[in-house]
Design a protein. Structure first.
Length: 418
């Protein structure tokens, strides 16, 4: 028999269940359960109802009662659908140079840029990478994120990419959170293959992807489609091979120039991420497809560039997720709630749209149907805030952090306990 627990009473529960995946949302669309409780069995939610209605049922079933004192609001645990938290070293020097007026290319010529991270990641041991992932993941957990995607992509060779993916798998086994691994070996063209992107991609097709499949290191493949990386043309055989092997596809699309979102739609990708350069043409294309548009406000803040046109995507009927893009170069902040709140202010998103973007719509961007909402049968992933009004959470623009996090029905973080 699985362990049962009743948590409550909550001043408010926002289940975010039964809401549409696509299109705009108003705060009036939000379901609110007041004076509420959540009954959990094992890893999953059994029921949401008034606490006093659930209490006798819980006692009869021999459930543990976790009674809360004071005012609390409960949301689904957040889902961060795009991170690069497996890396070695730091790019603090790049950040200072960029803010002083240096361009990306100038920084790269001076030994910085992505190749600085590639060099340091290649040099790092698997143990060091695991340690870094765990440290960053624990910070994400305290900020409310119970599921986060983690990409490779700083190895850029078969062996080093496998090392990164093995590190992600090992870290996942040691953490309370769920880490969803993505192979981003097609992040940029390795220096060893300059001028011959096709040969590098063929090596990934012939050697790396079958190994990932055999070792069960990832179920997702990503690629950066951009003038400085891979083109809409030369990435085609790679995505075709990945699809044939059963991988889900996601795309770094339209960050500086367009074409990536079109490839995402062509390959029925789960998501197209970035989209800062997307025009009305790309927005309409995405909105008419099943591809989740994932905004990465952390990259906009880190680079000082435009935000993803989130308002236009939603108004066109698209599905919008919001992710942190936590990485050592363009998005070092790694605070999903802060970034989502800032995006909401700049793009005029309702609370409902922002919260949907970091819960059930973000889960959909990872092809996960058992989280991102509080509902019977869903994972018991809860982000609990010390307030009676959920609007305080975004109002304080990320400064208001959860007081408790439950992951798979287990109390994974309690700020009152050391």
């Amino acid at each position: 028999m699985q362990h049962k627990i009743l948590i409550g009473p909550f001043s408010q529960i926002l289940p975010l269940r039964g809401m549409p995946l696509k299109g705009s949302l108003s705060d009036e669309d939000l379901e609110l359960i007041t004076d509420a409780g959540i009954l959990i069995e094992g890893k999953r939610i059994v029921s949401l109802d008034k606490f006093n209605s659930l209490l006798p049922l819980a006692k009869e079933a021999g459930a543990e009662i976790h009674e809360l004192k004071g005012k609390h609001c409960c949301l689904p645990g957040f889902v961060d659908a795009h991170t690069h938290i497996c890396f070695g070293g730091s790019r603090a020097r790049d950040y200072a140079l960029r803010n002083s007026g240096k361009t990306y290319l100038e920084i790269a010529r001076e030994g910085g840029g992505i190749w600085d991270t590639v060099t340091q990641t290649r040099m790092a041991s698997q143990k060091e990478l695991v340690s870094g992932i765990i440290k960053r993941s624990k910070r994400h957990l305290k900020n409310g994120t119970t599921t986060l995607e983690v990409k490779s992509g700083y190895g850029l060779s078969v062996d080093k990419e496998l090392k990164m993916l093995q590190a992600i798998k090992q870290a996942n086994a040691e953490l309370e959170q769920d880490l969803i691994a993505t192979c981003l070996a097609a992040h940029t063209i390795p220096r060893e293959y300059e001028g011959n992107a096709e040969a590098y991609l063929q090596q990934l097709i012939d050697v790396l992807l079958p190994q990932i499949k055999k070792l069960k290191l990832a179920g997702r493949v990503d690629a950066f489609i951009e003038e400085s990386a891979f083109t809409a043309e030369n990435i085609q055989p790679y995505f075709q091979a990945a699809k044939a092997l059963g991988f889900d596809i996601t795309v770094h699309a339209d960050q500086f120039t367009t074409s990536g979102s079109e490839v995402a739609v062509q390959f029925n990708a789960i998501s197209a991420d970035h989209l800062e350069a997307s025009t009305d043409k790309e927005i309409e294309l995405l909105a008419s497809s099943n591809v989740i548009a994932t905004a990465l406000p952390g990259a906009s803040l880190g680079l000082g560039c435009d935000f993803t046109p989130a308002r236009k995507i939603l108004d066109a009927g698209g599905a919008l997720a919001i992710a942190s893009d936590h990485n050592p170069g363009s998005a070092p902040m790694g605070d999903l709630l802060t970034q989502a709140a800032v995006l909401g202010s700049f793009e005029k998103l309702s609370n409902a749209e922002v919260l949907a973007g970091i819960t059930f719509r973000a889960a959909a961007a990872l092809n996960l149907k058992d989280r991102g909402m509080l509902a019977k049968g869903a994972l018991a992933d809860l982000a609990v805030f010390h307030t009676s009004d959920y609007r305080e959470i975004l109002y304080q623009q990320g400064n208001f952090k959860p007081c408790m996090i439950w992951k798979n029905g287990v109390l994974a973080f309690d700020k009152h306990k050391k």
